[in-house]
Design a binder for this molecule. Sequence first.
Ligand code: PLP
Length: 389
Amino acid sequence: MKVPLAIPNLSGREAEYLQECIRSTFVSTAGPFVTRFEQQIAELSGTESAAVTCSGTVALQMALEGLGIGDGDLVMAPSLTFIASPNSIRHSRADVWLVDCTTHDWTLDLEIAEAAIERETEPHPYGRLHRETGKVLKAIMPVMIMGAGLDFDAYVEFAQRHGLRVVVDAAAAIGASSVDNTPLGATGVDAICYSFNGNKTVTSGGGGAVASAHAEVVARINHLVSTARVGTAYDHDEVGYNFRMTNVEAAIGVAQLERLPLFLERKRQIHERYAAVAGPHPDLEPFPASAARGSVHWFSGFHYTGADVSRCKRFCTFMVDRGIDVRPFWKPVHLQGPYVNAQRTAVEVTEQLWERIIPLPCSTGITDDELDYVADSAAEYWAGGSNDA
Ligand SMILES: Cc1ncc(COP(=O)(O)O)c(C=O)c1O
């Protein structure tokens, strides 16, 4: 049996809506599905409006630029993230300040960020002036890693106290809410950025979106992504981008969102199945999903807490030999070529953690038989049946 890591589930009305695009000739960057997809995303996020983009990376970049962040600015982001988060900061012409993550929700540690701010910056009219570089820290970018919920109040309080913006990398967190089902857009953060890449819970083939409670920021992003065009003739008032999502992509996204509750339920079941395998093992924990903050469980798997980290690699090989797609997790940003010299705090937790995170297959279309096969194979390995214990 072959079990892929995360593939799209396209068994809804995707084909029908794509046919509609062809029939109507609306295949490019304007069309009814684009409008509908934006409305659905805004509704889910509890915001008045949302802007769709051609990728999640671009959504993050546009959120930063839409908030006026750019050249000469700094943005704090965790080192434990996909490289797209810091790339988006660099694309906006700002620089990244990498911060360690917490042990409990695996993202930007506010205590460490606070200490760094106290030590290295001073107040500035638009944020915090970093004394050594002369750059201005203007925002923080916490990441909802694997779809895990965040303590939004804490991030918003921290940001307000230091005059910073909060841009949430919610690339993998479509469908998430805060405590008491508060939509993310009502938490006080400045922008929520999603990805609809093929491996996400909801895909549009490729694409992203920014939802924000600041309607003027969404309007600005819409202006930037559509070549900064004004009026109906070829007038452009700044150097804009061609970063819109197409109607074809939005058609897939709309069909996908119709089944979001089903997808989220399947993700929850997958999480529980793997958590049950981890349960009896003192060296294994499931991915973060605190009772208070929840998770939409984009990915589920194991966090290995034992002494012999090399077992994680051997586990991957064991699973791959059985046709199960299990790969190492994201290498942290501070170890990546373009960012080895990036400004950063100490990153001890990140360095401890990343090789111990083992995502397991989590497609929403995974069959019960496939899920059993993955869970039983994993249980066999960790029980020592692989002669590896
Ligand atoms: C944490 C995180 N941020 C940003 C992105 C970027 O999204 P995209 O691939 O749509 O550009 C991803 C995508 O995988 C991601 O996982």
